[in-house]
Unconditional design. Structure first.
Length: 332
């Protein structure tokens, strides 16, 4: 009897010990702390990164994350490719451009889907419709997805980008460039849209450019980095999934974190929040969007390539699949 009791106690001791280890492994990823540098624009699109940082999800998963600032997703991606960061946050359009440029670039997944790109002109500019932009100077950050949205909008209105003069305008300089009259209109995203609108109020005409199509804010790096650091990628995805879960169950707290990080006021964060889907994903619609953008680049002679690449070759889903398998819906 005593022998049976000993065996029973030993069994339950091992069981509960195993459960405890399993529980800890779910909540953290102990081991050597790895440093990860993210190239990123200061933007609310990084909400899950900011939440993970604020709620200290990175450290228990063995990560120290440093954010290096850039002025667009395109320059973030270029900085990463130049070895200035490990991973960049960028829309899908810079990925398309770099694939055409034969660069080693890969997306690990989307952290935000969004609609936040607009064109602005003054009420006294003589511009009333998109067609009136013909022959005008338009400020836009070249090589970013805003260039694509402008081009597609012009085409939908019977025009093309060769019928306007594009002035390369960095987002932080857009307000000054526009208000100084250096351009007739400006294509820009939040928060600069609201800043310009607040500055000139009723004197501004603002039109959306995305036509209901989401853009995708992606984690991008190189296949070489991925092969050398698969454990860091898994830790990052796990941390961001925890941030997503927190944001869904604590939306007001998540808004407050982003608001503090970006120095937004409460009213503004409430206005823009519905424009975003903060969730990890790898959707087939991402591939469709990239193919559409590639065809537009080919049509407008923005690349010397003549065929749309197979963008599945530039997607790596294992990191996201390990953290959130249901988020991967691309078809191979």
């Amino acid at each position: 009897m005593r022998g049976i009791l000993f065996i029973t106690l030993a069994f339950f001791s091992a069981l509960f010990s195993g459960l405890g280890s399993w529980s800890c492994s779910r909540g953290s990823d102990p081991g050597k702390v790895e440093t990860l540098t993210l190239a990123a624009v200061p933007t609310e699109l990084n909400a899950m990164v900011y939440v993970a940082e604020d709620q200290k999800f990175f450290a228990p998963n063995g990560l120290q994350v440093n954010i290096k600032g850039y002025d667009s997703g395109a320059t973030s991606a270029s900085g990463m490719l130049n070895g200035e960061a490990d991973i960049a946050l960028a829309a899908e359009f810079p990925i398309v451009r770099q694939v055409f440029n034969k660069k080693d670039i890969v997306s690990y997944g989307t952290i935000t889907k969004y609609e936040n790109t607009y064109i602005i002109w003054r009420t006294d500019s003589g511009i009333e419709t998109i067609q009136d932009l013909k022959g005008k100077r338009i400020g836009v950050t070249l090589k970013t997805i805003s260039e694509f949205y402008l081009g597609r909008t012009l085409e939908l209105n019977g025009m093309n980008i060769e019928q306007v003069t594009l002035v390369d305008t960095k987002a932080p300089e857009s307000e000054k460039t526009f208000l100084n009259g250096e351009v007739d209109a400006v294509v820009i995203w939040e928060p600069w849209v609201t800043q310009i609108s607040q500055r000139i109020s009723k004197e501004a005409i603002i039109r959306p450019l995305q036509s209901g199509q989401y853009a995708y804010w992606n984690l991008v790096s190189t296949s070489d980095w991925r092969k050398k650091h698969p454990h860091i990628l898994r830790r990052l995805m796990k941390s961001l999934f925890q941030a997503e879960d927190y944001s869904m169950s604590h939306q007001d707290e998540a808004k407050a974190i982003v608001r503090k990080q970006m120095n937004f006021d409460a009213a503004y964060i409430e206005i823009i929040w519905p424009r975003y889907q903060f969730a990890l994903s790898l959707d087939q619609s991402l591939i469709t969007a990239m193919e559409d953008e590639a065809r537009w680049m080919i049509k407008n002679n923005l690349t010397n390539q003549t065929r749309v690449p197979d963008f599945l070759n530039y997607i790596h889903e294992d990191g996201l699949r390990a953290a959130k398998p249901e988020a991967v819906t691309i078809i191979r």
